[in-house]
Design a protein around this ligand. Structure first.
Ligand code: GLN
Length: 252
């Protein structure tokens, strides 16, 4: 039976499973390559992407994860998960890190700074609001978050975030690129969709606003998988969660 998988090597996988449960959907922890065969879609949580990549390598998960993406199965990466899905990453630790790839984006790790520069911001989310209803904004929780600096033509931008131009100076490696950034950019991208892939630089699983999870589940359904018909319902009192709530603390 197909289910929603949540990569459970490290990071906020429990919080994603709790968010799915609030929508009446069962999430399954994925730690071994063969477990991917039992799920129709996959969430890759936030955490620490270098550590996650090392663990994925250790458990021989990388080929199966890459195959999962290539097969067009719906995948959503949040924060470190976004980094892991990107085709190109800057700001990596020395020696780089393995990536799953597939998302035609250049992602800068720790774009907004170190842990103490973590922040929350109301993001404008017109596409999310048009599909899921609720407010036109979503409270983004950015924890040592990455940002998308470049996105390919197939990539649909779902949310961006304004940054001072000089912050973009440090983000590109070549001086030429830096000049272009200063002249043309005053925003970085923080949520995208590309076909079967969804990616957010922030942590929707740490809020009680379930719209990104709901959006992903519908997206998985639209992609035509047997996902929704075989989702395993769990006992849940939906009335509490029906109205999006942006107040914090939020993880329940
Ligand atoms: N900066 C982290 C990394 O490089 C991601 C942080 C997060 O997932 N909250 O993996």
């Amino acid at each position: 039976m197909a289910l929603v998988g949540v990569l459970a090597l490290q990071g906020s996988f429990n919080e994603h499973i709790a968010a799915l449960k609030r929508l009446g959907v069962k999430g399954v922890e994925i730690r071994k390559p063969e477990q991917l065969q039992n799920v129709a879609s996959l969430i890759i949580p936030g955490g620490e992407s270098t550590t996650m990549a090392k663990l994925a390598e250790h458990y021989n998960l990388l080929p199966a994860l890459r195959e999962f993406v290539k097969m067009g199965r719906p995948v959503w990466g949040t924060c470190a998960g976004l980094i892991f899905l990107a085709n190109k990453v800057t700001g990596q630790k020395t020696g780089g890190q393995e990536l799953i790839g597939g998302l035609d984006c250049t992602v800068h790790r720790n774009f907004f700074g170190s842990q103490i520069q973590s922040f929350e911001a109301e993001l404008s989310v017109p596409e999310l609001a048009s599909k899921e209803g609720g407010p036109e904004t979503f409270r983004g929780v950015f924890i040592r978050a990455p940002a998308i600096l470049e996105a390919g033509p197939e990539v649909q931008v779902l949310a961006d975030y304004p940054v001072p131009s000089n912050q973009l100076l440090g983000s590109d490696s070549s001086v030429e690129d830096q000049k272009v950034s200063v002249e043309t950019e005053s925003k970085v991208i923080v949520a995208v969709r590309q076909g079967n892939m969804l990616a957010t630089a922030f942590h929707p699983e740490l809020t009680t606003d379930s719209r990104w999870h709901s959006y992903f589940l519908k997206m998985a359904n639209d992609i035509g998988e047997e996902a929704t018909s075989s989702l395993v319902p769990v006992e849940v009192n939906l009335s509490y969660y029906q109205q999006p709530r942006n107040d914090l603390p939020v993880f329940q």
